[in-house]
Design a protein around this ligand. Structure first.
Ligand code: SF4
Length: 191
């Protein structure tokens, strides 16, 4: 499984995110600003020119952010109008309402879940949020989609967690049924 989905994919950046990660690289997408809102049909019009590539390579469309699952209804409607062989991927923190997880589980083929860290105090310090909300939604998604449709990303975040802490997060995630972990290091530019 490639980082953002299999084959050729179009990356669609959703607006808005409920978290406030210290090293967020998607700052322009975080605010719930006034970018022109596309309808699912308008998005399809924009991406379909490369449709032959998506079909030939097993690719499709990757929804990133911001937090794309805040727009789960949009993704579900989009799913209904694209060719059946296109895949839909989502990069998500799962820091969203339960209903959004349920809708997305029906519309998205594969999820890349950015858990950050499972330690409540580290998660709070890094994102400003409550890790239990993300982990409860991860368990919900596991029950709805199955482990085969979920990749969990576990970063080593300079100044926030450690390799030992990350091992504890990995052990916890495996204990609840996650089978595909993507371990990587954040590279923080020096200033
Ligand atoms: S979840 Fe993603 S988009 Fe949201 S603040 Fe964190 S890094 Fe940025």
């Amino acid at each position: 499984m490639a980082t953002d989905g299999t084959g050729v994919t179009a990356l669609v950046a959703a607006q808005g995110c409920p978290l406030d990660c210290r090293y967020c690289i998607n700052q322009p997408s975080k605010s719930f600003g006034c970018e022109k809102n596309l309808t699912p049909a308008e998005l399809y019009d924009r991406v379909k020119k490369d449709g032959l590539y998506y079909s030939a390579t097993g690719g499709g469309v990757t929804f990133g952010g911001g937090e794309p699952l805040l727009h789960a209804d949009f993704i579900a409607e989009f799913r209904g109008i694209i060719p059946a062989e296109w895949h839909i991927y989502a990069e998500t923190s799962l820091y969203v309402p339960e209903d959004s997880v349920k809708t997305a589980a029906r519309a998205v083929d594969h999820f890349f879940v950015d858990v950050k860290d499972t330690d409540p105090s580290i998660y709070r310090a890094y994102t400003g949020g409550d890790v239990n909300k993300a982990l409860d939604n991860l368990k919900l998604l596991l029950s709805l989609a199955g482990a085969g449709r979920i990749t969990v990303r576990l970063p080593l975040i300079p100044g926030f967690n450690t390799e030992d802490g990350r091992k504890r997060s990995a052990a916890y995630l495996e204990s609840i049924g996650i089978t595909d972990l993507d371990l990587f290091d954040y590279k923080i530019p020096e200033i």
